[in-house]
Design a protein around this ligand. Structure first.
Ligand code: B16
Ligand code: MG
Length: 216
């Protein structure tokens, strides 16, 4: 990575806070009610995928047709169940290495934005005490085209006043890595090398992450 990085865009779920298990519990409750098989492995495929697209993926396994009204209600119920779990989050739920890295970025004058598919992103950042660190927040309420479309990250770069090549993205989902690359940004995959091998670099987590290796 030879270009100067002036801005960092963080994905939320799976990078800053591990909410995948909360999404799983809420989707599982819905799937059980509808007698649709849904495992933790199935849940992995929903990482970085919008709420509406996630519902369609789960319902595709049912072999039944659902009306738009039914789908709307399922989305509302799922989100209410998810929010009950989200509301129990606090500062201790921030993933290891995150606060240290963000404080280092702030110290170096590198601006930061959120780039998340979640419509609950602001609430999660507030509950976990991360909200005040962010210069900009781009979430699922702001962009129409979900990841792997690059829109969420391009909007972040625009708000930061930077070109895509000046931005570094942290992402845990394949769809998010693809979105960042399509946006013309460098991306650090956070998670499994085998899954995120397309990323510019992959780390298992952000504990001990050295930003000096990535900026000039
Ligand atoms: P919500 P990210 C994504 O967040 C999650 O990875 C994905 O599992 C979820 O379906 C999506 O947000 C929408 O979340 O239901 O809260 O709007 O990883 O892009 O930060
Ligand atoms: Mg994610």
């Amino acid at each position: 990575m030879t270009e100067t990085i002036k801005g960092v865009i963080f994905d939320l779920d799976g990078v800053l806070v591990d909410t995948a298990c909360l999404h799983y519990k809420a989707w599982k409750k819905m799937a059980d009610k509808l007698n649709i098989p849904f495992s933790e492995k199935d849940n992995e495929k929903l990482k970085g995928v919008s709420r509406k697209d996630s519902l369609d993926i789960i319902l595709n396994h049912s072999g039944r047709n659902f009306s738009e009204t039914e789908k709307h209600q399922l989305l509302l119920d799922k989100n209410n169940d998810y929010l009950k779990l989200v509301n129990q989050l606090n500062e201790n739920d921030v993933l290891g290495g995150v606060v240290k890295l963000i404080e280092e970025l702030k110290y170096k004058g590198i601006r930061i934005s959120l780039g998340s598919a979640s419509k609950n992103a602001r609430l999660i950042l507030e509950l976990t005490g991360l909200y005040h660190y962010f210069d900009y927040i781009v979430d699922g309420n702001m962009v129409v085209k979900a990841k792997p479309a690059p829109d969420v990250f391009l909007t972040g770069a625009e708000l930061l006043g930077l070109s895509p090549s000046e931005c570094l993205v942290f992402e845990d989902a394949q769809s998010g890595v693809q979105a960042a690359l399509t946006a013309g940004m460098k991306v650090v995959g956070v998670g499994e090398q085998a899954l995120l091998h397309q990323a510019t670099a992959v780390v298992p987590d952000l504990i001990g992450f050295n930003i000096e290796d990535y900026i000039k």
